[in-house]
Design a protein around this ligand. Structure first.
Ligand SMILES: C[S@@+](CC[C@H](N)C(=O)[O-])C[C@H]1O[C@@H](n2cnc3c(N)ncnc32)[C@H](O)[C@@H]1O
Ligand code: SF4
Length: 417
């Protein structure tokens, strides 16, 4: 989800990264995110920084976007060199949106190849683009694969027309198997995103979507619970009483159905909402985020992180284009993360992944005696796995723990008072 933009501190116009962060970068993986803020239609539930507008006037829009992204890439490369940040080959690249495939495939390849010419690409790196199921042709997918993309992530959301209608989706269920086949023929790995808990969706309809998704044999499936952010069209519809949200019991049953149907079909969870056909097909890019590695986010509203310094770009495409065309940092603000915030984030993110969180890291936060009491309670409640704790000294969620992950996280976060 796109977090609401925090307040932060002023970001320098030259983009310079603080020396204390720059020093730490050689040891850390470096990834690239490219945000493409254009969509054909704005879905009622979506809170991402995206616009159903192709041309903002004054020479800003979809037609100029690749050049603006290339300008920010050049800026990023220069800032890294000038700040003493290690310029190193990219571990993963992710084009997200919005709908990146609103751009012609050749332009996505142009941005990617420019980034590779500046930074290089690690061997075996994952290069993903998101795509709506009705936004690509077989030819586009071939161009992407030939141009260096290795993976595509389709926003399937549901296989049920009524559910897709509540979500304002423009594609039909039959688009999905077609594009998945085209992507595989092009040699791309495939992921599909599903959403559960849409107003009015029944457990049976959700099971139907899961069964359809596994029948297409993608390499990876994400199953997200619907988040209704204030200010979205869906939020207003719910407030007006047009729709009502599912209750917690139904949401829990839906998560259990996902775990059951995906496991039976050979997909294993490796993060609470993410399942893959094998360890090799886990998303490297997402794992880099969850392990709090470094990434540069290109594009309006994109967030970046370098060893404890985080910044986020201005949200509007016109303001963004104005800055990058003047060789100025497009950052709206930034923050240098205090140690306690870094503890908070590590605990929140790593608890959600399969390998879990090191017990000894938590001991640093809570002290041995208090931590042992907390962990014993969590094991007795069936929320964390006793064997991982005893044998690997790692705090790993059980299935019940994944259902009640927020409660486990609250128990293990440092006290703030
Ligand atoms: C950046 S979005 C968009 C990708 C593409 N534009 C599409 O919609 O097909 C990536 C994924 O986030 C998920 N997502 C977006 N908004 C969500 C929300 N409010 N609640 C839960 N999942 C959401 C959807 O599954 C979506 O496929
Ligand atoms: S197509 Fe994707 S990014 Fe665009 S509005 Fe819909 S969910 Fe959001």
């Amino acid at each position: 989800m796109t977090p609401a933009q925090p307040l932060g501190n002023p970001a320098p116009a030259n983009g310079r990264i603080p020396a204390a962060s720059a020093r730490l970068t050689p040891e850390r993986d470096f990834s690239l995110y490219v945000h493409v803020p254009f969509c054909s239609v704005r879905c009622g539930y979506c809170d991402f920084n995206t616009y159903a507008v192709d041309d903002f006037g004054n020479g800003v829009g979809l037609a100029q976007y690749a050049d603006d992204a290339v300008a920010e890439l050049d800026f990023a490369h220069r800032v890294m060199q000038e700040s003493g940040v290690a310029v190193r080959p990219m571990y993963s690249v992710f084009f997200g949106g919005g709908t990146p495939t609103k751009l012609p495939a050749k332009e996505l390849v142009k941005i990617l190849q420019h980034a590779i010419s500046l930074f290089g690409l690690e061997e075996g790196a994952e290069v993903t683009t998101e795509a709506n199921p009705d936004s690509v042709t077989a030819e586009d997918l071939k161009i992407l694969a030939q141009g260096g993309f290795t993976r595509v992530s389709f926003g399937m959301q549901s296989a049920v027309p009524e559910v897709l209608a509540v979500l304002d989706r423009t594609h039909t269920p039959s688009n999905v198997p077609k594009v998945v086949d085209w992507a595989k023929e092009a040699g791309l790995q495939v992921s599909v995103d599903l959403i559960y808990g849409t107003p009015g969706e029944t457990l049976d309809q959700w099971r139907q979507s899961l069964s359809a998704a596994v029948s297409y044999r993608p390499d990876h499936i994400s199953a997200y619970s619907l988040i209704v952010e204030e200010g979205t069209k869906l939020w207003a519809q719910i407030r007006r009483g047009d729709y009502s949200m599912p209750d917690d019991d139904l949401m829990a049953d839906m998560y259990l159905a996902a775990d059951e149907i995906l496991s039976e079909a050979g997909y294993s969870w490796y993060e609470v909402s993410n399942f893959s056909s094998s360890p090799e097909t886990r998303s490297k890019h997402n794992l880099a985020y969850w392990h709090n590695q470094d990434w540069w986010g290109i594009g309006p509203g994109a967030h970046s992180h370098m060893a404890g310094t985080r910044w986020w770009n201005v949200k509007h495409p016109v303001a963004y284009a104005g800055r990058v065309r003047e060789n100025l940092s497009p950052a709206a603000a930034r923050e240098v993360l205090p140690a306690q915030t870094q503890d908070f984030e590590k605990i929140m993110l790593e608890l959600r992944i399969l390998e879990g969180l090191e017990r000894d890291y938590l001991e640093k936060v809570h002290g041995a005696r208090e931590l042992d009491a907390k962990l014993t309670w969590l094991v007795n409640q069936g929320l964390i796995d006793a064997e991982s704790l005893a044998e690997h000294r790692r705090v790993r969620l059980t299935l019940r723990g994944r259902l009640l992950g927020d409660a486990v996280t609250r128990e293990l976060l440092p006290d703030t008072d």
